[in-house]
Ligand binder design. Structure first.
Ligand code: SF4
Length: 354
C-alpha cells in the first residue's frame, strides 16, 4: 500500500504525515473543566492505544484547565476551539500541543494574526476541520445550495489561505461528513490539491454498531488508497471504543501492530464444540493483553489446523474436544470443558515471554 506523500508535522512528540505511521486520535467527552474526570479518561484512551487526544474548549474555565491536564496527560493534547480567538491564546499560553480551529471563524484578520503569531512562536500546529454540517452559507450557495465535495474542499482551501498568508504551514486538514461517498470524494480531491497531512474520519457516524461499520468502510477505503495520516473513529458512546475500533482498522490493513489478533471461524454444521462462547471468552481475555500475538479459535479439521498452525496459539475443534497448537506445532488434545482454561494458560505464558 503506497501512502500519499505529505509534509511532516509534530503534535507534541507525535510525528504526523511524511513517513510517520498513521496515528490514532480520539476526543474526550467529559466536561474539560472537570480536570480529574478528563485526566482519567485520557489515561483510559492512552491505555487503549490512543496517540493524540482532543478536548473541547467551550469557555475560559475549560481553557484554564489545560495547564493541569497537560501536566498529567501522557498524550499530546489538541484544543478544539470555535469562534473565540481568546480561547486559542489562553490554551497556547498553558502549553497545549495543537489547535483545532478554523481561522475563517474567529473574526477579523487581526484575530487570526494574533493566534498565528503565538502558534508560530510556540510551534503549535493548527488543524483546519471542515464539517459538512457547518459549511459556510456563501459556499453552499456557490455550489448549488448543496454540500458537495468541491464545496468542502473550497472551504478548507479558504481557511488554509488565511494561515498561509501569515507564512504558517504547520497545518493538518480534515473534511468530515456522515455520508461516506461524500467524505471519500472530498478527501481524494483534497489530497490532490495540497500536501498537508490529512486527519480522516466519518463524523457523526452514529452509535457503536453502525458507527463502526461506517467508519471502517470510510476510513478503510481512504487508507487503502494511501490517504490519511491520522484517524478518528466517531461513535456515540465511550471514546475508548473509538480507539479500539481505530486500532482494529489499522491492524486490518497491516498499518499497525497493536495488541492481539483473534482469528475465529463463523461456525457451521461441522462445528463439534461450543465455539461461539469460546471465541467470545478468548476475546475478553485478549482485551487485557497488549502483546501483538495471533490466536486462532477454529471449529473443525477443515480449515482449523491450517489457521491454528499459522497463529501463535490455536485450537482446531473436533467432536467434544480440540487440538491445541502453539507456534505451528500440536501440543496436546484437550477435552471441550478444559479448552478455555488451557487456551488462557498458553496465552498468558506467551504474553509473558520476550
Ligand atoms: S473451520 Fe470448520 S467449523 Fe469453522 S466454519 Fe470452517 S468448516 Fe465450519
Amino acid at each position: 500500500m503506497q501512502r500519499r506523500p505529505t509534509r511532516k508535522i509534530y503534535i507534541g512528540g507525535v510525528a504526523v504525515g511524511g513517513d510517520a505511521p498513521v496515528s490514532v486520535q480520539s476526543m474526550t467527552n467529559t466536561r474539560t473543566a472537570d480536570i480529574p474526570a478528563t485526566i482519567s479518561q485520557i489515561e483510559r484512551l492512552a491505555a487503549a492505544g490512543c496517540d493524540i487526544v482532543r478536548v473541547a474548549i467551550p469557555d475560559m474555565e475549560a481553557a484554564a484547565a489545560i495547564e493541569v491536564i497537560k501536566e498529567n496527560s501522557r498524550l499530546p493534547v489538541v484544543a478544539d476551539i470555535h469562534f473565540d480567538y481568546r480561547l486559542a491564546l489562553a490554551v497556547m499560553e498553558r502549553g497545549v500541543d495543537a489547535l483545532r480551529l478554523n481561522p475563517g471563524n474567529i473574526g477579523d484578520g487581526e484575530n487570526v494574526s494574533k493566534v498565528v503569531t503565538q502558534a508560530k512562536k510556540r510551534r503549535i500546529p493548527i488543524r483546519i476541520g471542515v464539517n459538512a454540517g457547518s459549511l459556510d452559507k456563501r459556499l453552499l450557495h456557490l455550489h448549488g445550495g448543496k454540500v458537495t465535495p468541491e464545496a468542502m474542499v473550497a472551504s478548507a482551501l479558504e481557511h488554509i489561505a488565511l494561515l498561509e498568508k501569515h507564512d504558517f504551514y504547520d497545518i493538518k486538514v480534515s473534511l468530515k461528513a456522515h455520508d461516506v461517498p461524500l467524505t471519500l470524494k472530498a478527501y481524494r480531491l483534497m489530497s490532490e490539491a495540497v500536501d498537508y497531512p490529512l486527519h480522516i474520519g466519518i463524523t457523526e457516524a452514529g452509535t457503536v454498531r453502525s458507527g463502526i461499520i461506517k467508519s471502517a468502510v470510510g476510513i478503510g477505503a481512504l487508507l487503502a488508497a494511501g490517504i490519511g495520516d491520522t484517524i478518528r473513529v466517531s461513535l456515540t458512546g465511550d471514546p475508548v471504543e473509538e480507539v479500539r475500533t481505530a486500532n482494529e482498522i489499522l491492524k486490518s490493513l497491516n498499518l499497525r501492530q497493536y495488541g492481539p489478533t483473534l482469528v475465529s471461524c463463523p461456525t457451521c454444521g461441522r462445528t463439534g464444540i461450543n465455539l461461539v462462547d469460546l471465541a467470545h471468552q478468548v476475546e475478553d481475555k485478549l482485551a487485557t493483553i497488549q502483546k501483538p500475538i495471533t490466536v486462532a479459535v477454529m471449529g473443525c479439521v477443515v480449515n482449523g489446523p491450517g489457521e491454528a498452525r499459522e497463529a501463535d496459539i490455536g485450537i482446531a475443534g473436533g467432536k467434544g474436544q480440540g487440538v491445541l497448537f502453539r507456534k505451528g506445532k500440536i501440543i496436546r488434545t484437550v477435552p471441550e470443558d478444559q479448552l478455555l482454561s488451557e487456551l488462557i494458560k498458553e496465552i498468558e505464558q506467551l504474553a509473558k515471554e520476550d
